[in-house]
Design a protein around this ligand. Sequence first.
Ligand code: HAM
Length: 414
Amino acid sequence: MQLLPGFRDFYPEDCARRNYILSVWRNVASRYGFVEYDGPVLEPIELYRKKSGGELVGQLFDFVDKGERHVALRPEMTPSLARMVAARERDYKKPLKWFCAPSFFRYEKQQRGRLREFLQLNCDILGDATPAADAELLALLIDILRGFGLGPEDFVVRLSDRDAWMQFASGRGVEEARLLDFLGVVDKLERAPEAESRRKLEEFGIPLEAVRAFIAHPEAEAGKLHGILADLKARGLDQFVTVDLTIVRGLAYYTGLVFEVFDRGGKERALAGGGRYDALLEVMSDGKVRMPALGFGMGDVVLANLVEEVPSAAQRRAEWLAARRSAEVYIVVAEESKRAEALQVLQLLREAGWRTDYAMGAAKVGKQFQAAEVLGAKFAVVVGAEWPEVKVKQLALRSEASCQWQDLPAFLKK
Ligand code: HAM
C-alpha cells in the first residue's frame, strides 16, 4: 500500500523535526503574548467558497458526509477563526492575539514546498486597526524565523497594499465584481508566462506595461506604510522588510496591508503570507460584529527546507534534537541477580523526572553500554555486586564515581 500523493508518514525522527518546528513557533508566539486556540478539521464547504475565494476553492478536499452535508477538510484557518471570534467577541478583551499550528489540507499538485497535508502556524491580531498592530505582527513573523537561526541574508518580508491595487484597477475602469479576478492575474505575474499575463490583462483593458510601471514605483506605498516601517526600525528589524507591489495575495478577504515571505535565494515557494482582513468578521456575522483583523500563515514545508540548508539554522536544529535524545540515563544491569534492584533504581530515577532506559532482557554489559550510547544517554548507572552502592559513569567524559542508590537523583543533578 502506497502513501497518497502529498501526504507524509512521520517516523520518530520526522516527529522530532516536527516537534522542533512546533516548539520554536509556540515559544516565540508566547513571548509576544499570543495564546493558542484551535478549531475543527472539517467545516461546511460554504465557509471556504464564500470567504476564502480565489485559487483555494479549486483545491478543497471535499465530500458529502452521511448526513448529506457538503463538507471540506480545512485548507486554512482564517474563516474558522473569524467565525469563532465573531461568535464570542464579547468574552475577550481586545486586541486578541491568538495562534494555532495544526494540519491543513489542500488538493494541490505535489511539488517542492507544497504538499496536500501540511502544518501551518497562524498568528492573528483582532480588534486593532493601527499600524502598530501591523508592525507587532510583522515583528513576530520576523522573530519566529530568527528563532530558527535564519538571518536577513536568508529571508525577506515583501510588503504591499491591496487597497493600492484596488484603486489602480477601479481607476482604469475594472468593475467591482471583477476586481478579484484582476488581482488574481497580478498575483500570478511572477510565475505565469508573459504572453498569458498580457492576454489576461487585456481582457480588463489594461496593458502589461501599465501594471509593470505601477510595480516599479513603490515609493508612494512606502509613504503609506511609513508607520509600520518606522516601528520595525525602532526594533532593529527593518532590514528584514521591503516594499514590493508584486504581492497581492490569492485569497479574497484581504483588504489592505498584504505581505509574503521569501527566501533570499529565490529557490523556494513562499514561506509565509498574510495581511489585513478588516471586513471578514462583519461578513461572517451578518453585519453584527465589526472588528479589524490581520494575521499570517507559515507552513512547515518550505521552512523545513530552509532550516536544513542554512548552516546556522541546521546547527540550531541539531543542538535542539541532541538535547532531546530519548534517554538521559541508562541503567546497566551488571549481574542478572540484581535485576530487581535495578528496576528499583529505574523507578526512582523516572519518578525524579530523569528520562531513563534499560535493557528489558539479559544482555552483556558491553552491549548495554552500546545501547546507552545509541540513545545518547549522558549517564550510565551500573547496578551490580557493590549494591546498595551503584557506579555512575559520565559517558562522554568516561569518568566514574559511586554513590548509595537512594542518593542517585541528587547525585546526578549535582
Ligand atoms: P496562504 O498564503 O494560503 O495563506 O498560506 C500561508 C502559507 O502556508 C504559505 O506561505 C505556505 O508556507 C503554507 N502553505 C500553503 N499551502 C501549502 C501547501 N499546499 N503545502 C505546504 N505549505 C503550504 C493562508 O492560508 C492565510 N489563511 C494566512 C492568514 C492567516 N492570513 C491571515 N491570517
